[in-house]
Write a protein that binds this ligand. Sequence first.
Ligand SMILES: CC(=O)N[C@@H]1[C@@H](OP(=O)(O)OP(=O)(O)OC[C@H]2O[C@@H](n3ccc(=O)[nH]c3=O)[C@H](O)[C@@H]2O)O[C@H](CO)[C@@H](O)[C@@H]1O
Length: 389
Amino acid sequence: MRPILISFVFGTRPELVKLAPLILAAQADARFAVEVVFTAQHDELVRDAIGFFGIHIDHRLDMMQEGQSLTQLLARGLQQIERVYADGRKRDVVVVQGDTTTVLAASLVAFAHKISLAHVEAGLRSFDLEHPFPEEGNRQLVSRLAHWHFAPTPLSARNLENEGVAGERILVTGNTVVDAVHWARQRLSQPGTESAQAVLSALGLPLTGQERLVLVTAHRRENFGEGIRHICDAVARLVQTHENLHVVWPVHLNPAVRDVVRQSLGDNARVHLLPPLNYPQLMAVLQSSHFALTDSGGIQEECPSFGKPVLILRTTTERPEVVQAGAGRLVGTDADLIVHEAGRLLDDAEHFARMAGAENPFGDGRASLRILERIATDVCTGVPPQALM
Ligand SMILES: CC(=O)N[C@@H]1[C@@H](OP(=O)(O)OP(=O)(O)OC[C@H]2O[C@@H](n3ccc(=O)[nH]c3=O)[C@H](O)[C@@H]2O)O[C@H](CO)[C@@H](O)[C@@H]1O
C-alpha cells in the first residue's frame, strides 16, 4: 500500500510552532508521505522557527502583497494553494492549524479538491465574530469544512458538539504546543546547543541569579493605544516597588506598540526592551522567568508547560482552561489590577506556588501522536473519503 500523503499548510509562526511536532512525527513514520506548503503570510518571524525545527518546505508561496485587503489576501491564498494542488498528485489529507486566512484558504481549496481536511486546535471560540477578527470567523468556517476536528481540550470539543459537529469526527488530543515545548526543551538541553543561560547572556539580560525576570508581551489590536499605555504604567510601578525585578519585553514591531513602549519605558534600566525573539530565545526567556504577562494565545498555552503562572492582558480568552486550572488569571489592561496580581505573585510565595503548580490543561505532549494515529486508522479503513464525496 502506498503511504498516506499528508499536505501540511501553514502561514504564520504560531501555526508552524504547533504543526512542527506533527510534521516531524509524520516524517518519521513510514505510513506517511509528507508535503509542506508555506504561504508566507508572515515571513521574517517564521523563518527562524522553520530553521530551529528543521522543517523542509516543499512549496514556498508568496501570499502577502503591500496594501492588499483581507479579501485580496484570501483570494491570493486561494489561487496560490490551488496552483500547488493542480499538479495532479493525489493528496489524501490536508492538515491546517488554527484560524488564520491561510487556514481558511487551504481549507477551501481542500474542499474544492475533495481532499479530507484535518483541523488542529479545533473548537476554540470567542463567540464574537468581531473579536478576534477575522480569526473567529475563520475558525467557525473551517469547522464547517473539516473532516477531523482535533480539539485541544474537552471544552473545545464541547464547543464543536454544540455546533452540531458529529462526535465521531472530534478527538480531544491536547494541544500540540505542548509537544513543541517538550521538543524545544530537549533540543536546548542537548550538548552543543546554546543553553538557556547562554541565550540570556547573548540578549544582554542580567544573570547573577539574584534577579527575578518577568516576561511581558503584547501584540493584540484590541490593546493598541490606551491598553498598551496602561500596561507600561503597571510595569513601571512594579519595577519601582520591587528592587530585584527585571522585565524582559520583546516588543512587537508594529509602531502602535513599539513607539508607545519605547517612549514610556525606554530609559528604565530594569526594563529590557528587545526586538521580537526567535522561538528558542523565547523558550529560554520563559524558562528563566518567574511568570509572564501576555496577550499572546501561544504563550498562555506555553506557560503551564514550564510551570510558570500567566497573567493574561485581556478581558476574555478563548483559552479559559488556563484560568479554570488555576495557572492563569485575566487581568485585562487595568494598571491597578495588573500591579495587584503581579505584586501577589512577586510577594506571596504560597500564592505563586499554587499557580505555578497547577495542572497543565493543554495536555501531555503526545497530541501529535494521537492525531497521526487517528488519521492513519481512518484512512486505512476508508472512513473519510466517503464522508466527503
Ligand atoms: C489576533 C490574534 O491575536 N491572533 C492569534 C495570534 O496567535 P498568538 O497570540 O499565539 O501569536 P504570537 O504571540 O505571535 O505567537 C505565539 C508563538 O510565537 C512564539 N513567540 C512569541 C513572541 C516572541 O517574541 N517570540 C516567539 O517565538 C511563542 O512562544 C508562541 O509559540 O496570531 C495567530 C497567527 O497570526 C492567530 O492564529 C491567533 O489567533
